[in-house]
Ligand binder design. Structure first.
Ligand SMILES: [Mg+2]
Length: 226
């Protein structure tokens, strides 16, 4: 009786392992539509370029008669630099023991650019504004992040990174007050561009957000959210 029970338990355990193994193996061969759309389609490139073109047109209008020093604020990941290669690396991991960590990945400093972003930063500066990047990347990643931005011809006047006493909201306030970076001075933030609502003030306030979308706030599409 005891032997039969043991056998049954063993079969159940073996069955569970078999199902898990098949599920894992099948997942390795499944494609992710979000990554495919982001990395392989003209539509993604055109949508991004279109948004940056629209943002630039609005920027020209907003700043035409502006006499105060001003800035545009942009997020970094999936707004200016694409994390698609990281997502692919996660997807293609060959063993369950290899899973690149985001910080290690950032240290490579060679992520591709989001289409249209570099041109926008250059033109915003040509219009006389400052380009301020606010990212959730940690301060320890400054050097590879700067290398990556330079590699992709993304221009900026300040790169504000995440730390123990900062948040995107705090950084925005400091930019307006002129205390974010020495010598940058107080700047009126005239536009924000990001890929998440949390890149914007009142991002979770749908009504307020809706009024500003496409005028002061621009969202870059990012379907690859984990
Ligand atoms: Mg982002």
């Amino acid at each position: 009786m005891k032997t039969n029970l043991k056998k049954t338990v063993l079969w159940i355990v073996a069955g569970i392992f078999l199902v898990a193994a098949v599920h894992w193996a099948a997942a390795q061969f499944q494609y992710r539509r979000d990554i495919i759309w982001t990395t392989r389609t003209d539509e993604y490139r055109l949508v991004c370029r279109g948004i940056y073109n629209s943002a630039l047109e609005e920027l020209e209008e907003i700043t035409a008669d502006l006499r105060r020093p001003w800035a545009v604020v942009l997020d970094v990941d999936d707004t200016l630099l694409s994390s698609a290669e990281y997502r692919i690396a996660l997807k293609r991991r060959r063993t369950i023991f290899y899973r690149p960590r985001w910080r290690d990945w950032c240290r490579r400093g060679d992520d591709p650019a989001v289409p249209g972003g570099a041109g926008f930063t250059r033109k915003a500066r040509e219009l006389g504004g400052k380009v301020v990047l606010i990212t959730n990347r940690q301060e320890e990643l400054r050097a590879p992040t700067e290398k990556n931005l330079q590699l992709r011809n993304i221009e900026y006047d300040a790169l504000l990174m995440s730390g123990p006493d900062t948040s995107k909201t705090i950084w925005r306030e400091k930019v307006e007050k002129g205390t974010a970076v020495p010598d940058l001075g107080p700047l009126k933030i005239v536009m924000l561009i990001g890929d998440k609502v949390t890149d914007f003030p009142h991002g979770s306030d749908a009504k307020q957000f809706a009024r500003k979308w496409g005028q002061k706030y621009f969202i870059i599409p990012n379907p690859m959210r984990p």
